[in-house]
Structures are given as structure tokens and as C-alpha cells.
Design a binder for this molecule. Structure first.
Ligand code: ATP
Ligand code: MG
Length: 245
């Protein structure tokens, strides 16, 4: 599809096309198309840009990952379609390995996602899982021992609520990227990034490149995730009120 650059929602439509393209390639699952639509709806409501609450949580997320022993970036089909190149860059800057973690896991999808990341010089974990996340059913629980299983901090873009909860129950600090502030994922996360994934990862790369070691403690001490979630809902409420005048 040819979308003119002048289209007011060019960025959003390009992302939609990309998710469809990766669905056709066998990387995005059918349910991933529906998830993208839910994300678009929340992005429309929020205003389709990174807000202050987004940037604050992205900065705190980078600080937390920099201070972690074994930070891991979990990826699924949608995250691969939208942000593989930027996630690969973030992984290198933060020294955080990437692990494939799929709700609808098939060997073929795993292989195709691994191939995508190889284009950017990354060998992903999770291709031959050797551990399970307790409390969730078999296929969805598969993970890698050196990766998610032993991680202290896990970045989970567009993750399902059950698994986010299970990771929290394992004692991990979970960082979510999810445009829905009400999703169980956003609600259980230690740091909830409410922003569109491609924008969030680009912002995190900027923060990761400029953050100094001596700033990390202060950033983490002053960050309040309850306030972030509350600010998101206040922003939505105020925006709806303004627009309904
Ligand atoms: P729960 O967390 O309660 O399980 P859910 O079942 O709606 O919620 P999932 O389908 O498991 O959520 O995860 C997809 C989530 O990702 C949705 O909340 C959706 O709004 C969000 N999402 C989809 N695309 C994007 C995107 N590009 N950027 C950020 N968030 C997105
Ligand atoms: Mg869910």
C-alpha cells in the first residue's frame, strides 16, 4: 500500500503496514494483528506522541537496566516487526541480551525471528529453551536459563498480563511497554512505559547513550511508578475533557 507522507496519520499507518507485512512473513501471529489495533486505539486517545510520563519511565527503565546484573529484553513477533533494529542497538548499548518469548510459539516463528535479529548482529536466546517460568502453562512458560530464567530485570514490550505477573512472582523487576495503562501488564510492572514501542525504544537509546553512571541512583530513587500510572490516566481524562468542550 502506498501511503502519502502528507497523510496526517502517516507514522501510524506505516507501522500498521509493517505489522501486516511481518504477519505475511510468518513472524507476527494472528492475535498480534489484533494487539496492534488495541495499541493504535490507546495511542489515538493519548495523542500519538511520547508524553512526559512516557519519557520519565523510559529514563528510569534505562537506569534500572544499567544497574541490573542480568537485564534481558524479551521479544515477540510484534516487537520484531516494529523495532528489531532499534532493539538490537539498545541491547548492545545496555549489554542486555535479547530472548525470544512467544505466546504462540512455533519452531518456524522462532527461526524467522532469530534470522531477523541476526541481520543486526544479534544471536538471540530462547531458540532452545531449557527452563520454565513457574505458574503458566507449558508452551508459554518456555524460557532460557541464562536469559529470562535468571534475569533480575526483564524488559517486556507488548507482553501478556499472565506472563508479566508470573515474572513478577519470580521476583524479577519487570519493565513493560504497553499503550494500555489499564492492562494487567501495565498494572503489575515495576516500571510501566506507556508509549508506542518504536518511539519508546528510540527514546531509550538516547537516554542510554547519554546517562552517566553517577546519575543512575538518583534517577531510580526519584522515580515513582504509581505516579506514572496516575499521570497517564489524568492525561487521558484531561484530554477527553478538553476535546469534549
Ligand atoms: P493483559 O495485559 O491484561 O493481558 P491484553 O490481553 O490486552 O492485556 P496483550 O494482547 O497480551 O494484552 O498485549 C498487547 C498489549 O500491547 C495491548 O495492551 C496493546 O494495547 C499493546 N500494544 C500493541 N501494540 C503496541 C505498540 N506498538 N506499542 C505499545 N503498545 C502496544
Ligand atoms: Mg493478555
Amino acid at each position: 500500500m502506498n501511503i502519502p507522507k502528507s497523510h496526517p496519520r502517516y507514522e501510524s499507518l506505516m507501522k500498521r503496514e509493517r505489522v501486516i507485512e511481518y504477519f505475511n512473513k510468518g513472524i507476527v501471529a494472528t492475535a498480534g494483528l489484533i494487539a496492534q489495533g488495541r495499541g493504535e486505539a490507546f495511542d489515538y486517545i493519548i495523542g500519538e506522541k511520547s508524553m512526559d510520563f512516557s519519557l520519565e519511565s523510559e529514563r528510569a527503565a534505562v537506569a534500572l537496566m544499567k544497574s541490573a546484573k542480568n537485564p534481558i529484553i524479551s521479544v515477540n513477533g510484534n516487537a520484531t516487526a516494529l523495532s528489531a533494529e532499534d532493539l538490537a542497538e539498545l541491547s548492545k548499548i545496555l549489554n542486555a541480551r535479547i530472548e525470544i518469548s512467544l505466546f504462540y510459539r512455533t519452531d518456524e516463528r522462532v527461526r524467522k525471528i532469530a534470522d531477523e535479529f541476526r541481520k543486526f548482529g544479534i544471536e538471540v536466546l530462547g531458540q532452545n529453551p531449557d527452563a520454565i517460568i513457574p505458574g503458566i502453562e507449558h508452551m508459554r512458560a518456555l524460557c532460557s536459563r541464562e536469559g529470562i530464567y535468571s534475569a533480575d530485570v526483564v524488559l517486556i514490550p507488548l507482553e501478556d498480563g499472565d506472563r508479566a505477573m508470573a515474572l513478577k512472582n519470580m521476583g524479577k523487576k519487570v519493565i513493560s511497554v504497553d499503550l494500555n495503562p489499564l492492562s494487567r501488564t501495565s498494572q503489575v510492572a515495576y516500571i510501566s512505559i506507556v508509549d508506542e514501542l518504536t518511539r519508546a525504544v528510540k527514546n531509550m537509546i538516547v537516554f542510554a547513550n547519554k546517562m552517566k553512571e553517577n546519575e543512575i541512583g538518583g534517577i531510580l530513587n526519584s522515580y515513582d511508578n504509581k505516579k506514572t500510572l496516575s499521570d497517564v490516566l489524568k492525561h487521558i481524562k484531561n484530554r477527553m475533557e478538553d476535546m469534549s468542550k
